[in-house]
Design a protein around this ligand. Structure first.
Ligand code: GLC
Ligand code: CA
Length: 548
């Protein structure tokens, strides 16, 4: 298979509000990102996925856009944005924009027009339905932020659809004029020299509300193929779709190059492993490493040669990975390194979320007033009405809430962790004195150093980028292992993803050179047919071709 530049690249997600403030107003901004480009170049990343910086009333922190071709003044101006693209380019870093086109803000001029009258030319840009005969909502479709997905608009006496907040009305993709307007906007950005798009909840655009179809609607792939033909195919860009409802079969459809849709998707099957079955993601259960590995193995094999995987642990909607599936106290460094080694040795394009590379942790809260995120606020209110105990509600939000990943980046041990000279919009985690970039860069065994080394290894070794994947059983559900193979080369990855000592037995009798590639334990250099691993031990060894 021919390889594309984005298959050899490592991505880094910047959540602009929390990355670096340059003017002391407590809000991260574009000039702040420019100041930190050398840091990102030094880490070794090739692409920045920038969460939304567009004009927005910020009901959902920028995922409610009121002008796709203007920058939110909190973040800077279009000139700043052009500077960022240019300054990044000098460092061989591309900027990928967040494309949020399942919905707009209710302050977008299209919606302001649409709600004026039933015969307004923009009316069909959105999805309007008459009330049911008793005046209530057209049907029982639910918003992903809780409550009905329908909001009543008194001006015309109809309901409009919103799969997120009522201030985020859903666009009507069945209307060719909507698609045309989106394609024009995308082209405008591509001509500015961006490297592509991350597509927000893109699997919802084929919605058919009357049949209660939200994700994976019948026209979804046809729309993406049209978008590809009209826009994407004209540029050498990367696209990654956010698709909560993807199975490996659906993943093949999106990312098979012969189908001309997207480069890759974010699939979330592993993310749902710690929820009780049949319950919401706020109802937790412990993670079993073997189940995690089963999901990754399935996707590795399903997309091999016919599509392409993205690899990620975290983003702005998910808790900090070291707090979730690692151990954010005693084994913080070691478990963060184990998770990094596990993910970055897989086949696909890795994504690092800001602060993950220094092992930033969740930010526990003790009351409703500390919640900033719209989703967590809704969840709190709904669960309170349903009679849950406050401590249970807070436990769920502390474990899974979206604010966890949105607290300011911890750059150094100075006031406000070097994020701002003013008062940050969300408080800095008090652990910034021990967990910050400056300290991590001085320590050659830090989590940061591991990430930097993993990126270098990927750049230098085709086996990581292109090698075949094979699952290796270990006889222990807490120890996960796999092989990567290319030509005569064979590498073995083995990880103890628990805080206990664990034993393993591998179905391998002979190890060739058994030469260490990377490990998070100085004493762990070789692997044998069976043995014992210390808590969160992770090791990658070249084992040669044991079949010979
Ligand atoms: C995506 C975004 C999330 C946002 C939602 C609605 O899931 O990642 O932050 O709230 O879409 O746009
Ligand atoms: Ca600022």
């Amino acid at each position: 298979m021919q390889t594309n530049w984005w298959q050899n690249a490592v991505f880094y997600q910047v959540y602009p509000r929390s990355f670096q403030d340059s003017n002391g107003d407590g809000i991260g901004d574009i000039q702040g990102i420019i100041q930190r480009l050398d840091y990102l170049a030094d880490l070794g990343v090739n692409v920045i996925w920038l969460s939304p910086v567009y004009q927005s009333p910020n009901v959902d922190n920028g995922y409610d856009i009121s002008d796709y071709q203007a920058i939110n003044p909190e973040y800077g101006s279009m000139v700043d944005m052009e500077q960022l693209i240019e300054a990044a380019k000098i460092r061989k870093i591309k900027i990928v924009m967040d494309l949020v086109v399942n919905h707009t803000s209710d302050q977008h001029p299209w919606f302001l027009e649409a709600r004026k009258s039933k015969d307004n030319p923009y009316r069909d840009f959105y999805i309007w339905r008459d009330p049911a005969t008793d005046g209530s909502v057209p049907n029982d479709l639910q918003s992903n932020f809780k409550g009905s997905a329908w909001a009543f608009d008194a001006v015309t006496g109809q309901y409009y659809l919103h799969f997120y907040a009522k201030e985020q009305p859903d666009l009507n993709w069945q209307n060719p004029k909507v698609r045309e307007a989106v394609y024009q906007m995308m082209t405008w950005w591509l001509q500015k020299g961006i490297g592509g798009f991350r597509m927000d909840v893109i699997d919802l655009i084929g919605k058919e509300p009357d049949r209660k179809i939200k994700e994976n609607g019948p026209q979804l792939h046809a729309y993406l193929q049209e978008m590809n033909a009209r826009v994407l195919s004209q540029y050498d860009v990367v696209t990654v779709g956010e698709t909560w409802g993807a199975t490996p079969e659906i993943g093949q459809m999106y990312s098979n190059p012969n189908r001309h849709e997207l480069s890759m998707i974010f699939q979330f099957e592993q993310i749902n492993l710690d929820k009780q079955s049949g319950m919401t993601r706020w109802d937790l259960k412990p993670l079993i490493p073997a189940e995690l590995h089963a999901v990754f193995s399935k996707w590795q094999l399903a997309l091999d040669g016919v599509g392409w995987n993205s690899l990620f642990w975290s983003n702005h909607d998910l808790p900090r990975i070291v707090s979730r599936w690692g151990d954010d106290s005693q084994y913080r460094e070691k478990s963060a390194q184990a998770l990094a080694i596990y993910l970055h040795m897989l086949k696909g394009t890795p994504y690092i979320y800001q602060g993950e590379e220094i092992g930033m942790t969740n930010y526990p809260i003790t009351s409703y007033h500390e919640i900033e995120d719209i989703e967590s606020r809704r969840v709190y209110q709904q669960r309170q009405q349903q009679g849950y105990a406050i401590s249970d509600i807070l436990n769920g939000i502390n474990a899974k809430g979206r604010d966890n990943a949105r607290h300011p980046m911890q750059w150094n041990g100075k006031n406000q962790s070097g994020f701002t000279d003013g008062t940050p919009w969300l408080p800095v985690n008090p652990n910034y004195l021990e967990i910050n970039v400056e300290l991590a860069k001085q320590d050659e065994r830090s989590i940061y150093a591991t990430y930097q080394q993993l990126i270098k290894l990927r750049k230098r070794n085709a086996i990581i980028r292109q090698g075949r994947f094979e699952n290796v059983p270990t006889g222990n559900q807490n120890v996960i292992s796999y092989k990567r193979m290319l030509g005569e080369q064979s590498w073995l990855v083995i990880i103890n993803l628990s805080k206990n000592r664990e034993s393993y037995t591998l179905p391998i009798q002979h190890f060739g050179p058994n030469q260490k590639i990377i490990s998070n334990n100085l004493l762990l250099n070789k692997i044998a047919t069976s043995g014992v691993l210390q808590p969160y031990d992770a090791l990658v060894v070249a084992i040669g071709n044991e079949e010979k």
